[in-house]
Design a protein. Structure first.
Length: 117
């Protein structure tokens, strides 16, 4: 089965780190991804840019509505993800607990499945 690990972090967190701290955190995450890839468990992973330049799109009444970020009401933002393949829920939870981001953010574990399930 496949599981998505979503990294939920406080939006202001990146602004409070020094450049060196940010690079060190990023390197830890890259090494974690490399370990998962080496073990054949990683289908994809990406770090996401700040929500400052993000946009939300909704279609209502046939018209697209675009709201540009940053999103003041957001208490957290998705900072990145790891898509795991061929793991059980228990394995996905154990991997999430090993993720460096679990030290400063929340790691949400979601099964990949059709939206009607």
């Amino acid at each position: 089965m496949s599981y998505l690990l979503l990294i939920h972090e406080p939006p202001e967190q990146r602004r409070t780190r020094t450049d060196a701290e940010g690079r060190a955190v990023y390197e830890r995450m890259l090494r974690f991804g490399d370990e998962l890839r080496r073990d054949g468990l990683l289908a994809a992973s990406e770090s996401l840019a700040s929500q400052a330049n993000a946009a939300r799109v909704q279609v209502r009444g046939g018209r697209a509505q675009v709201v540009d970020g940053p999103f003041a009401e957001a208490k957290e933002m998705v900072g990145g993800f790891f898509l795991l393949q061929g793991v059980s829920r228990e394995q996905a939870l154990a991997i999430a607990a090993r993720c460096p981001a679990a030290e400063w953010a929340a790691v949400e574990v979601r099964a990949v499945a059709p939206c009607y399930e």
